[in-house]
Design a protein around this ligand. Structure first.
Ligand SMILES: [Ca+2]
Length: 405
């Protein structure tokens, strides 16, 4: 009895201390090297140039509010704005919701094709047709049951006037070959200024499909550029070249869940590496981004990936990489109300459990900040809202709003 009386207060002191430590661990810390990363890397690989990883930490000076507008969104994956400021938010289970500006009203859209929602699959990204206000057409990516497995597909369809259903659904692109797996679908959708659609596709994770990323006769591990009807877009880099699928814009990517065009019109891919080696890449037509031969990460087992090389003739270096990983998902370039954030790249992070802010100059990374780390959430997608605020959705079903105070 006496022993218990002695130990209980001591135990509560220990619990209090450990909970403080946890909170501190989730606020942005700065390591000895001045970067936001305080953990050791998984590998001994050295960056190709100064500033390619562990850049100096930056800290936002502007005061901002963080609000949770909704906590019950199911399994959101992609978020965009409708022209009137409401949100279109996909749900991995196979549909989308129209969500009011304040996050309170949710209307389900019905009529989508069957998705394979196992593992990382399901209803994934969504984009509005550039002429949406006159044609009500949307594009969406999903893991489609196909052949003996599934694949990343892109479809288009017309929303009904009441936004409760989708009609005239047509699959316009299939990232063949299909595979019986449940990982690495990639699949962000981004329109360029000419009205052509960029699609990122994953290499389906397993070693048997990983090799497809370096081959150009298939659609796994690629950046694809197609027209609104799914045809190869004009200006394709591999026109008339033997052994190249004409929709391929760039290749050698792993699981690109982040794709965005910056205010200068450059296309950026942010993709998940294995154990270490998440990357930011400036995507240029016809280029090879190296996966599965070249990476700053290692296998989950600790073994080298391939020959364990970080550079190779004919492959592009990432502009920036992380080791350990942050698991980047959806990304956006900010154009909103916080002046010091303008032009910065915001990245929803899954295992990293924060929103990553990347400051760039002349296409080089010059600063990194970890925002909302105290929320302990897996951020799946971020949105540069048309009202000047930043929005994000999480795997736990929350909709966040980040606004200038
Ligand atoms: Ca790469």
């Amino acid at each position: 009895m006496k022993i218990n009386q002695f130990y209980i207060p001591l135990l509560s002191v220990i619990l209090t201390l450990s909970s403080c430590k946890k909170n501190n661990a989730h606020a942005q810390q700065v390591g000895n090297d001045g970067s936001v990363e305080t953990e050791k890397p998984n590998s001994e690989y050295q960056p190709a140039f100064k500033g390619q990883t562990r850049i100096k930490a930056v800290k936002t000076n502007t005061a901002y509010n963080v609000e949770i507008l909704n906590k019950d969104l199911g399994r959101p994956w992609g978020i965009i704005n409708l022209p009137d400021g409401r949100f279109l938010i996909t749900d991995k289970k196979g549909y989308m919701n129209v969500v009011s500006k304040d996050g309170k009203q949710i209307t389900k859209i019905e009529g989508f094709p069957k998705v394979d929602a196992k593992g990382q699959g399901g209803m994934l990204d969504v984009a509005l047709d550039p002429d949406f206000t006159t044609n009500s057409i949307i594009y969406f990516s999903f893991s489609e049951p196909f052949g003996k497995g599934n694949l990343t597909s892109v479809a288009k369809g017309k929303l009904s006037d009441d936004l409760k259903s989708i009609e005239e659904v047509k699959v316009i692109f299939r990232a063949e070959p299909s595979y019986d797996g449940d990982k690495h679908y990639g699949s962000r959708l981004v329109f360029d200024k000419d009205g052509n659609l960029f699609v990122s596709t994953g290499e389906r994770s397993d070693k048997v499909t990983r090799v497809y990323a370096q081959k150009t006769d298939n659609y796994l591990g690629k950046i694809i550029k197609i027209t609104k009807d799914g045809l190869p877009a004009p200006g394709k880099p591999f026109v008339g070249k033997q052994g190249y699928k004409p929709e391929i814009y760039a290749y050698g990517v792993r699981n690109p869940q982040g794709l965005a065009i910056d205010p200068n019109g450059n296309l950026w891919d942010v993709e998940m590496g294995p154990r270490g080696g998440d990357e930011i890449n400036l995507i240029q037509p016809g280029k090879n981004y190296g996966w599965g031969d070249v990476t700053y990460g290692i296998e989950y087992s600790g073994a080298k990936v391939g020959d364990g090389i970080t550079k190779k003739e004919g492959t592009e270096q990432p502009v920036y990489y992380w080791d350990p990983v942050i698991s980047p998902s959806g990304v956006t370039f900010y154009t909103g109300n916080v002046e010091e954030w303008k032009g910065n790249l915001f990245i929803g992070c899954l295992s990293g459990e924060h929103i990553n802010r990347i400051v760039m100059k002349d296409n080089k990374v010059i600063g990194e900040e970890r925002l909302l780390a105290d929320q302990n959430e897996r951020f799946r997608d971020v949105l540069d809202g048309i009202d000047g605020n930043l929005y994000a959705v999480t795997d736990s079903g929350k909709l966040y709003k980040v606004s200038k105070k």
